[in-house]
Design a protein around this ligand. Structure first.
Ligand code: NDP
Length: 464
């Protein structure tokens, strides 16, 4: 009889967990995956994928504007929120089904229910309505891939606000919304609501949105969001929210009040470790409540690993996938692998969107002292045709001594698509002369990336 029920027990069927489970199962290992909600995790069920559908839906407003600019006569457009939500949920169910099928095809065993670690080799799956999977299972190795949960601040009336989880299912589209926060989710949802015709205010406590991004990107995006009709309120926080006859009344730290129909908190996400029983098995958490892991995703407990947002390294789907794959390579294919977290590109699907890879100007100046900055702000030709005022930003950060391109930052149409290609060159260590030797593709917006020759700022200076 086998020593354990499974070679690997994965807790959480999101991006990281599913990739690890499939790869491990394909090696011939006996694998179980427990999921308390729906297979696919945050990305598929209530994150990247439904968000992108909402981005597509909301971008139509500016596409209609462009169409008019190019001579089309368009009757007044109507948006059907309920119909859209229905179709989005059908597509999400289809994608979740593909995840289930892929797990099954790989030979992994899916268990429906919430899992708790009992000891270093035992996991208990708790009873769940409609599932017969409850029970104790033993495993040679345990992988935690439970992701994160939205977090909202605690102040009088905060309970009236929703998070992104609920924003994907609002029964009606509000007429006025206040989005709180200045990170990825806040700017993305503010853009979505604005695009769908909702009167949108973005409230952020700091000096400018997207803390941690390049300062030029932050300034440029805040201006562009305002140009598109979003009211951006900076340096101010909530005191309270009250329910009124007409909606929700937010009182801010500067005593300004805002009446809206909905308040959405996009104030960060916490690693989802609640109820996993980690203290019993010696899995250490850091000060943010995330599971501490080494470069091969080993926790502080023997034979327990963790990948993805629950470890709070870089909280992005492709990173969780690569961490899950590296774990499987190491533990089930005898190929020690660790994912390199350096130069990971990312995109913010705001409108206009942001694409970024590598260091900000401030980080590069801090690290290297002298850096060359190339920067271009311009109206894309698609817009100049009809007098559109939106501008793009393209910026290169170059280390002066060896001319390595250490950062590329973009705000403008298709930035997420373009940055994916730029990331290859940057990851390979491209220099500015090599970058410049690349011939432009004309006429495109992206050609500006390879045609910037004039330094924008002196190499030595304080960061703006
Ligand atoms: P972020 O950490 O990006 O942003 C959280 C925001 O909330 C910050 O602006 C923060 O302000 C603010 N905040 C925190 N606490 C409070 C408070 N008490 N009161 C008011 N404001 C507060 O988190 P998100 O929720 O936007 O996204 C979570 C993660 O998910 C991201 O970090 C990203 O990794 C991932 N993600 C990626 C996406 C993509 O790839 N396109 C899309 C969506 C999410 P401050 O800056 O001052 O701390």
């Amino acid at each position: 009889m086998a020593e354990y029920d499974f070679d690997l027990f994965v807790i959480g069927a999101g991006s990281g967990g599913v990739r690890a489970a499939r790869l491990a199962a394909m090696s011939g290992a006996k694998v179980a995956v427990a999921e308390e909600y729906r297979v696919g995790g945050t990305c598929v069920i209530r994150g990247c994928v439904p968000k992108k559908f909402m981005v597509y839906a909301s971008e139509v407003t500016s596409q209609l504007k462009t169409a008019k600019g190019y001579g089309w006569t368009i009757p007044e457009a109507q948006f059907d929120w309920k119909g859209f939500l229905h179709d989005k949920d059908v597509e999400i169910a289809r994608l979740s089904g593909i995840y289930v099928t892929n797990l099954q095809k790989a030979g992994a065993h899916l268990l429906h229910g919430r899992a708790q670690i009992v000891d270093a080799h035992t996991v208990e799956v708790l009873p769940k309505e409609g599932s017969k999977d409850a029970g104790r299972y033993t495993a040679r190795k345990i992988l935690i891939a439970t992701g994160g949960r939205p977090w909202k601040p605690d102040f009088p009336g905060a309970e009236f606000g929703v998070t992104s989880d609920e924003a994907f299912h609002l029964p009606t589209l509000p007429k006025r919304v206040l989005v709180v926060g200045g990170g990825y989710i806040a700017v993305e949802f503010a853009s979505i609501f604005n695009g769908l015709g909702v009167q949108t205010t973005l409230l952020y406590r700091g000096a400018n949105i997207l803390r941690g991004f390049d300062d030029d990107v932050r300034m440029h995006l805040a201006e562009e969001l305002e140009k598109r009709g979003i009211k951006v309120v900076l340096g101010c926080d909530h005191k309270s929210i009250e329910k009124t006859d007409d909606g929700l009344l937010s009182t801010l730290s500067n005593d300004l009040t805002f009446e809206t129909d909905a308040v959405m908190f996009a104030t960060g996400r916490d690693p989802y470790v609640e109820g996993l029983g980690l203290d019993k098995v010696g899995v250490k958490l850091n000060e943010r409540g995330a599971i501490v892991v080494d470069e091969q995703s080993r926790t502080t407990a023997e034979n327990i690993w963790a990948v993805g947002d629950v470890t709070d390294r870089i909280n992005l789907t492709p990173v969780a996938i690569r961490e899950g794959a590296a774990f499987a390579q190491t533990e089930f294919y005898d190929t020690p692998t660790s994912f390199d977290h350096d130069m990971v590109a990312s995109a913010v699907f705001s409108q206009p969107p942001v694409g970024t890879v590598g260091m900000t100007e401030a980080e590069a100046r801090h690290a290297f002292g002298k850096v060359d900055i190339y920067r271009s702000v311009f109206r894309p030709m698609k817009l100049t045709f009809y007098g559109g005022q939106e501008r793009c930003l393209i910026k290169l950060v170059v280390k002066q001594d060896d001319q390595k391109v250490v950062g590329v930052h973009m705000v403008g149409p298709d930035s997420p698509e373009i940055i994916q290609m730029a990331a290859i060159a940057v990851k390979m260590g491209v220099t500015k002369p090599q970058w410049d030797s690349t011939c432009a593709v004309h006429p495109t917006l992206a050609e500006e990336l390879v045609t910037m020759r004039e330094k924008y700022r002196p190499s030595e200076m304080a960061t703006v």
